[in-house]
Design a protein. Sequence first.
Length: 168
Amino acid sequence: MAVLNILRYPDPRLHRVAEPVQVVDERIRQLVRDMAETMYEAPGIGLAATQVDVHLRVIVLDVSESRDALRVFINPEIVASSEDTKVYEEGCLSVPGIYDEVERPDRVTVRALDEHGQPFTLEADGLLAVCVQHEIDHLNGRVFVQYLSRLKQSRIRNRLLKAERNVA
Ligand code: GNR
Ligand code: NI
């Protein structure tokens, strides 16, 4: 097991589009274990492989209070979205310290493979729906700040670049 390094905005690698997993093998299961350890240690409620500089379509997520309900999504696809939307104050492990409102479909149906390569379908609402959409965006190279105004994006970029200089 290993805690992996999480890329931080505005790292250009966060905008790479992840490739589908061809075979769910032991290598993928090891990646899932390392991603889960990284998410719990952070701590966060979700993590996309893109955030740890692995450009494969793999997500881990745990929105439970008790932190004992890991969900794994390989090659996830949103097959249905509700017309009605909800605004939620989002944060991101790749954009530390920044929280802002994002509007998304309130409910989504997701199809994916589990860590054994078995297909499943999940109907998500509430925080689970927010998180799974946020993570699938990462796999498509999209960070939540891209839903905000250009002015906010540029302020966030400058703030994080300055923070980076101060730790180096
Ligand atoms: O830990 C996280 N919390 C969170 C809160 C509101 C909306 C989305 C998220 S996901 C985030 C972890 C993360 O960055 N996943 O990509
Ligand atoms: Ni994120």
